[in-house]
Design a protein around this ligand. Structure first.
Ligand code: GDP
Length: 176
């Protein structure tokens, strides 16, 4: 029995089609779909992970990336303790958008929110040709702004659990 459960409200932000819902699907169900329906508004899912003898229960809000929903985002990040700001490593515009989300979170979200910058679709760039956002550029942003940083693939699962675990490790635990 594990009685030490810490709930963590986590929000995903990022341009449409960067793979936010796919990252959640991989993390929650260890599954992937090539033809995901776009998220309308926001979706809510939970997943537990064990860290040492503690359990972290992630309460995940996956927001829609379309511009017309952008004004709703504060409702989801306002009380969040953690955020994944996701971009697509093959789409420079999505990295610019990620920079904006990081800035908005730093200005408007809880002080102390744990932010992970996530470059998704890393499986596509293995041969190097399709990469459009340099790893160094993202690392620099992460270092300057104090963010966790991972390149992930929701398709292969690479680094998806690691991203959530790294956030979990930064969460102050109760009863410890
Ligand atoms: P969202 O709008 O940010 O939630 O993006 P989705 O999760 O709906 O994904 C958009 C499209 O990208 C879908 O067709 C996914 O199958 C695809 N996709 C998502 N993640 C990956 C990935 O890591 N690699 C590849 N190759 N495709 C992905």
């Amino acid at each position: 029995m594990n009685s030490n459960v810490t709930s963590v409200k986590l929000v995903l932000l990022g341009e449409a089609a960067v793979g936010k819902s796919s990252i959640v699907l991989r993390f929650v169900s260890n599954d992937f779909s090539e033809n995901k329906e776009p998220t309308i508004g926001a979706a809510f899912l939970t997943q537990r992970v064990n860290i040492g003898n503690h359990t972290i229960k992630f309460e995940i809000w996956d927001t829609a990336g379309q511009e017309r929903f952008a004004s709703l985002a504060p409702m989801y990040y306002r009380n969040a303790q953690a955020a994944l700001v996701v971009y697509d490593v093959t789409k420079p515009q999505s990295f610019i958008k990620a920079r904006h989300w990081v800035k908005e979170l730093q200005e408007q979200a809880n002080k102390g929110i744990i932010i992970a910058l996530v470059g998704n679709k890393a499986d596509i760039i293995e041969d190097g040709e399709e990469r459009k956002v340099a790893r160094e550029e993202a690392e620099k942003l992460a270092e300057e702004e104090g963010l966790l940083f991972f390149e992930t693939s929701a398709k292969t699962g690479n680094n998806v659990n690691e991203t959530f675990l790294a956030i979990g490790e930064k969460i102050p635990l109760k009863n410890s």
